[in-house]
Design a protein around this ligand. Structure first.
Ligand code: 3PY
Ligand code: ZN
Length: 637
């Protein structure tokens, strides 16, 4: 190891070694921990076998998990030209004009981001995406973009899947170099739940581009331009990618009683987004409230008012949203967001396959090989079964969404949250309270993170048997959730029409709220100094150099990152463990092949599981590439 350090040392490599070289180079004595990665991996597996994956609350032992069929493709074939190549050729401005001039309808595939975020609590693992990534990019270069990153995936990747989100991005990028990659970014809130320093968001955007993101869909959870505009600017100045400014759709433009969010409101907002320099305008209908005839009116009006292409996003919670797409397509929308059939519908996006088929022989047809598209959908249908503990349980479309207005991505999270609070049986009550809280707050835009505030408040009130009247009449004696206090302080920015003043007083008491950008209250990050401190803080047990992207993960989610680091030190890289074994362990006699790293694979066999000794320790007997390897696991039950 000492010799390795010398051979890798920059001074030594430059041939600048002097007499006191060894004495003056203390780094030579810093040894990396032996890379016993195989042992770490069986330690992880042993733990899941004995104690279960902590993220899996219930196991259905009758469940049959079938190996999915991976659609065929030619490994030797070069990647066909796709939208990514076009962007490289044209640059963002020309690309935007090209898109606007396109006659055919374009499709963004959300399967690898919003679809599983909205159906499976964001738990889809990188390995299951990688299995089909190259083939999909080769067989379907006609997709407009793949939404693969951002939103809740960043957090969940680290917190629950124990993966590095940047690595996911890089691996997917490598497998799909020809189509545009899209991410969702929450303006000043980045991929988190609160405002971050401006220069942190700026650096994040730059690194996201460097690592593979092309289209940045930028929104703010209160439709606040002061959070959207700076982020558009970062994309324009720090990348050659596309700034897609999004307006979040709430209310109902056809309902004269919901005048706060009327057509005029959206037209003004769209103009502001265009003027801020967006290359594309997105209508982000996060809860699926945009009804077909409203879509016709909104899209027609926008087409007349703005000069950039329009990208429509919705969730099919009601089950009527493909009608919304048809109306929007007739009105001239340029791109719609869809998910492959197996991961579509309900709280996810409308179904890609029949949507594309519905356009066949129409003047805006986008020619897509349906048989191949179905084969990919079938892959996801089979794969989805592996994630059964994370299903929300919603079985059919619901008109309730027009009342509660819960975003699709939040719905699938609210269910386990309610369950963990012991409120599973009162879920309908929570959704009713959610809409009452929204009214109490003055009818706000609800999408991450503002939707979380409403959800937290609703769950808090239900679990404490409190009513809206209680809040208004005896709010002084209620200790409101931290997220609610923070919201009323102005940490998420300013809602349309401002805060209800009386309620703000009840919640904040003597604390003064602020009305300027929350970022103005945050110290900028000193990258040079803090990155160094970061590297010093996390030294032991790392078998690779820290990258700036690791530091960004840490700055966005310090505690989650630290837990991930500790997990990595203990168990190594677990992202390539097959999903079945990652969540449910192994059966005696079962053999699996796991990639440790590119080109390095292990054949792991679970031989048997011993009995617990008096201290509750259990020996688990494995074979790794034919060699016996036993690990002792503490039974935590
Ligand atoms: C997110 O912010 O994660 C969303 O998907 C909002 O719709
Ligand atoms: Zn969405």
């Amino acid at each position: 190891a000492f010799l390795d350090n010398i051979l890798n040392d920059a001074t030594f490599r430059k041939g600048e070694v002097t007499v006191n070289y060894i004495k003056n180079t203390p780094e030579l004595f810093k040894f990396k921990e032996p890379r016993n990665r195989a042992t770490k991996m069986v330690n992880f597996l042993g733990n899941v076998i004995i104690n279960g994956n902590p993220d899996v609350k219930t196991i259905d032992s009758t469940k049959k998990l079938v190996i999915p069929e991976i659609p065929k493709f030619d490994k030797q074939q070069a990647y066909p030209k796709g939208t990514k190549d076009l962007l490289t050729e044209m640059g963002p401005e020309k690309f935007s004009q090209w898109l606007k001039a396109e006659k055919k309808i374009h499709f963004t595939d959300t399967t690898m981001r919003d679809a599983h975020q909205s159906l499976l609590a964001t738990r889809m693992r990188t390995t299951d995406m990688l299995s089909v990534a190259e083939g999909f990019a080769k067989n379907h270069p006609e997709v407009f973009s793949m939404e693969v990153w951002g939103g809740a995936t960043f957090d969940v990747c680290m917190r629950f899947l124990k993966e590095n989100p940047w690595e996911r991005l890089r691996l997917l990028r490598e497998a799909m170099p020809n189509v545009l990659f899209q991410m969702l970014i929450r303006g000043s809130n980045g991929v988190g739940y609160t405002a971050y320093p401006d220069n942190l968001i700026e650096k994040f955007v730059e690194e996201a581009w460097e690592n593979g993101v092309d289209i940045f869909r930028i929104f703010d959870s209160l439709n606040w331009m002061e959070s959207i505009a700076p982020c558009i600017e970062y994309v324009r100045t720090k990348t050659n990618g596309i700034a897609e400014g999004a307006m979040c759709y709430t209310g109902d433009i056809l309902d004269p009683k919901r005048s706060k969010y009327n057509l005029d409101y959206y037209l003004r907002l769209a103009k502001d987004i265009e003027n801020a320099g967006a290359h594309i305008l997105a209508i982000k209908d996060m809860a699926g409230l945009l009804k077909p005839y409203a879509a016709a009116e909104l899209v027609s009006a926008l087409k007349a008012e703005v000069n950039i292409p329009i990208h429509l996003h919705t969730h099919d919670t009601s089950s009527i949203q493909s009608a919304t797409y048809l109306k929007a397509i007739e009105a001239g929308v340029d791109v719609v967001d869809v998910a492959l059939a197996g991961l579509s519908g309900l709280t996810s996006q409308p179904n890609f396959n029949p949507m594309a088929e519905a356009m066949r022989h129409q003047e805006r047809e986008n020619k897509i090989d349906m048989q191949s598209l179905n084969a990919y959908s079938n892959y996801w249908t089979t794969m989805r079964e592996y994630y059964y503990p994370f299903e929300s349980g919603l079985k059919s479309g619901t008109g309730e969404v027009y009342r509660h207005e819960i975003p699709g991505g939040q719905y699938s999270n609210l269910v386990p949250q309610a369950e963990s609070l012991g409120l599973k049986d009162r879920f309908n009550e929570i959704t009713r309270m959610y809409s009452d809280v929204n009214q109490l707050f003055g009818d706000i835009v609800k999408v991450t993170p503002s939707s979380k505030v409403v959800g937290d408040m609703a769950q808090y009130l239900v679990s404490n048997n409190l009513t809206i009247k209680d809040v208004l009449e005896k709010g002084e004696s209620i200790s409101f959730p931290e997220s609610v206090k923070s919201f009323f302080r102005g940490d998420l920015g300013q809602p349309v029409g401002g805060f209800p003043k009386d309620l703000q007083k009840i919640i904040l008491r003597d604390e003064a709220p602020y009305t300027n950008r929350p970022n103005a209250h945050l110290e900028p990050v000193d990258f040079e100094k803090e990155f160094k401190e970061f590297q010093e803080k996390f030294t032991n047990g790392m078998d690779r150099e820290w990258e700036i992207t690791d530091f960004l993960s840490y700055k966005l989610y310090p505690k989650v990152f630290e837990d991930l680091y500790n997990h990595y030190v203990k168990y190594g890289k677990v992202m390539h463990i097959p999903t079945k074994n990652f969540f449910y362990g192994m059966q005696p006699g079962e053999e699996i092949i796991v990639e440790l790293d590119k080109g390095k694979t292990l054949l792991i066999t679970l031989v048997s599981v011993g009995e617990a000794d008096e201290e509750g320790k259990i020996t688990v007997f494995f074979k790794i590439n034919g060699q016996t390897r036993n690990v002792e696991i503490q039974d935590a039950s």
